[in-house]
Every structure is written in C-alpha cells, then in structure tokens.
Write a protein that binds this ligand. Sequence first.
Ligand SMILES: C[S@@+](CC[C@H](N)C(=O)[O-])C[C@H]1O[C@@H](n2cnc3c(N)ncnc32)[C@H](O)[C@@H]1O
Length: 225
Amino acid sequence: MEVTKVLHMNGGIGNSCYAKNSLLQVILMTKSITNKVISTLYNNLSPGETIRIVDLGCSSGPNTFLTISQLIQTIHEECKSNGQQQSPEIHVFLNDLPSNDFNTIFRLLPTFYEDLRKQNMGGDGLFVTGVAGSFYTRLFPCKTLHFVHSSYSLHWLSQVPDGIESKKGNIYMASTSPPSVVKAYYEQYERDFVNFLKYCSKELVDGGCMILTILGRKNEDRFSK
Ligand SMILES: C[S@@+](CC[C@H](N)C(=O)[O-])C[C@H]1O[C@@H](n2cnc3c(N)ncnc32)[C@H](O)[C@@H]1O
C-alpha cells in the first residue's frame, strides 16, 4: 500500500482539521538552530541571488505559515544587521503529498502576504509555490535549493512494508509482534531515508543546508512511545 495515495492531514478549517490540532511547539523548539543556518546561508549568497527554501511535509494550516514566516523573519533580520536596505528575493516551495489541502494554503496566502507587509517584511520579493509530490521522489532540478526544512514529516514511510498485510494481527510494531515485523519496518525506513538523502543531495546547491525534525525515542525499547 503506497502511503502517497492515501495519507493526508484533515483539511479545511473545521474542528478536526490538522490546522487546529497541530504541534506548534515543535517548530518553535528548533528556532535557534534554524536562525543559525539561515544566517550562514544568507552570508554565502552571491549579490542578487534568490534564496530558495523548501518545507517538506508542510501540511495545511498555521504551522505551514509559522515555519515560513520564521524563515523570512530571520532573513530580514540578517539583512538588517548587515546594513542592507533590501532583502534578497525569497522563493519558498511548500511541499506535501498531492492529497494535502493545498487549496486552504493558497486561500490563506493573500492574508499572509498582507501580514508580512504590515510587519515591514516585504511581500513583494517573496514567491510561494506549492509542490505536490512525495519527498521520497525527485521534486526539484539539480542544485535548486539552498535550504531544506522538514518538521514532523519524515517518520512517515513511503509505503507499508511489502508483505506486512499478510501477517495477521501484526501489521504494526507492538511488543507482541514477531521480529520479522520489526525488521520489515526497520528496512523500509532505512530504504526510504537513504533515498530521501540521495535525492536531497542532488537538489541542494553546494553548501546548502537541511534541518530535519523527526520523532525519536530516548531509550532502546523499540516499542516505547
Ligand atoms: C504531522 S504533519 C507535519 C506538518 C508540519 N510540518 C508541522 O510540523 O506541523 C506531516 C505531514 O507530512 C506529509 N507527508 C507524509 N509523507 C510525505 C511524503 N512522502 N511526501 C511529502 N509529504 C509527506 C503529510 O501529508 C503531513 O502533511
């Protein structure tokens, strides 16, 4: 079963939508690291060069915009501290699976641009593009991106491991699962992550950066949450 075809966060703006149930603190937790990365990238840009950023697994809702406004704010601050009058043009790619609610994102865009203008963070030199597709495939031409950002998305696999549906009652990892189920998930994750890195390494410019926030465990217990 391919996750690409079935997975999506609840769209829209109702009570069960992802927009109202997501974890803003995850993005805020990585803020200081993101700031450092953006500063480095900014200082390595050639004059007049557009900075190109992707948020992989952007979903639809406040987190989508929180992430990119944080990145834009950092670029503007960096620019000011360097005494520059004008920020570089910024091209932000918002990526998610085709079934993501991109319509909600696009409808919120005018308000987002307006808010940026009110905060004197431009809006004119900012270009936001939706990119529908799996990050386990190539999404961009070679050497397109300066910065790859992804939060809370890369623990989704590209597919349910082959053959797992036939293991009755053991379709996910639980303490009673046979080792073959654990192995199948482990190997699927390894394959997916290696592919992901392979594609990103082509899509990033030389010296480009990535910040990936992924769910993890603090102990050796595979079944611990
Ligand atoms: C929990 S949401 C995270 C959203 C946001 N980045 C955040 O931090 O709140 C995970 C997102 O990853 C997307 N996703 C999962 N697998 C993906 C894939 N292979 N390619 C692109 N997006 C994917 C899902 O559709 C979902 O919108």
